[in-house]
Design a protein around this ligand. Sequence first.
Ligand SMILES: [Zn+2]
Length: 168
Amino acid sequence: MPPRDETEFLAAVASMRPHARRVVDPLAGRTRVRILERTSCGGRASCALGTIVEQGDERTSSFEVELLRATMDGSLGARFLTVHELAHLVEYDLFDASDRTAIERTFRRSPRWRACFLHQGSCLEFSEVFADQFAMYALREPRSMTTYAVPRLLTDAAFEALLVRHAG
Ligand SMILES: [Zn+2]
């Protein structure tokens, strides 16, 4: 990663509140981050990819985050997007199906929950709802800064309790 890109990525990680950092730090150390003109996931979007290899009792995971250069301008929005992508790795590495079900059940109790968060004609997957919630909590932002614009569903304390329960 060129030094300026790395600085921007590390600045995003460093700006997270302490508990979010504690969850992300072990993953960030195993993540290859690239800032690209065109990403391998749809070209004009940023994305996170995880690979888990299980051999007997050994489980190794490796992660990649591809960030779109045009959006990486050192702004708060760029940091928000970076943390949103890292949140995908948290979900991928730390949650199993029962964690996802329990977290979604908690989200559903929010008065701002909707059966469908509409984005470009289809309902968002749980992963995107979670990643936006994580980024808002981690960066202390009242609103999502991705194009998904999912409303904030939980208070800081409630979201942190979920993280402690499901991500350690
Ligand atoms: Zn996403």
